[in-house]
Design a binder for this molecule. Structure first.
Ligand SMILES: [Zn+2]
Ligand SMILES: [Zn+2]
Length: 222
């Protein structure tokens, strides 16, 4: 996790912290470079309680003490919890270990509505804020199409759209709406994919503008 993993702090409030990190395959225990989970730390005066949206936590919460078994919560308890105070206070210079350096990097994009998580060539993953700016969900961008993985959004059928038609779409889920309002983290990947998808268009006809959306979506007028 410390050497190759992703750990990104999404929200930091007095009673809640939310971080996103790599998932681990529940059956093989293999670290997953391009799958991510959100972990919540709920603070009260005395203690911190954890919840995680990984499948391991979902399975174990009903039969066991999931706090002790979910590897994400174990990692945060063992390596992060004791450093939170230093991390968010002026003594963060004391964090000089490998974990400390990782933690300092993890808070760089705190509060940003859309954060890219993957290092994959084609299959992109973003952590996108919900409207409360505390919770985040994973949205995938693959073959020029966004899919929000949140269960409620899926149920409402507002979770799946071509990236090029976000602007024209009235019934977006809150996360796709947020993506539409924050194009900077993703627009370069859509351009790549559009060029790949339009192999029948001569290269010289492809405009240089990054979001040449209208080429594929302007047939409404005709
Ligand atoms: Zn977990
Ligand atoms: Zn959504």
């Amino acid at each position: 996790m410390v050497e190759v993993g992703t750990l990104i702090w999404r929200s930091h409030k007095q009673t809640i912290d939310v971080v996103v990190m790599n998932d681990v395959d529940v059956s093989t225990g293999i670290f997953q470079m391009n799958k991510f989970v959100h972990v919540w730390m709920h603070h009260d005066a005395e203690t911190t309680r954890y919840t995680c949206d990984c499948s391991m936590y979902g399975i174990l919460i009903n039969v066991n003490d999931a706090d002790e078994v979910c590897c994400h919560i174990r990692f945060l308890k063992e390596h992060v919890e004791a450093n939170i105070h230093s991390l968010f206070n002026s003594d963060s210079d004391t964090l000089k270990t490998a974990i400390g350096v990782m933690l300092k990097r993890s808070i760089a994009s705190i509060g940003q509505p859309v954060v890219k998580l993957d290092q994959h060539k084609l299959n992109h993953k973003f952590s996108v804020f919900s409207d409360d700016q505390i919770a985040s969900v994973i949205v995938t961008l693959e073959k020029n199409r966004f899919v929000c993985t949140n269960g409620e959004c899926r149920a409402l059928k507002s979770h799946k759209r071509k990236a090029v038609s976000l602007d024209d779409s009235a019934s977006l889920c809150q996360h796709l709406r947020t993506l539409n309002q924050n194009k900077a983290p993703w627009k370069e990947f859509v351009t790549e994919l559009l060029e790949d998808d339009n192999t029948n268009i001569p290269v010289t006809d492809v405009p240089e503008e990054p979001l040449h959306c209208k080429i594929v979506s302007n047939d409404i007028e005709h």
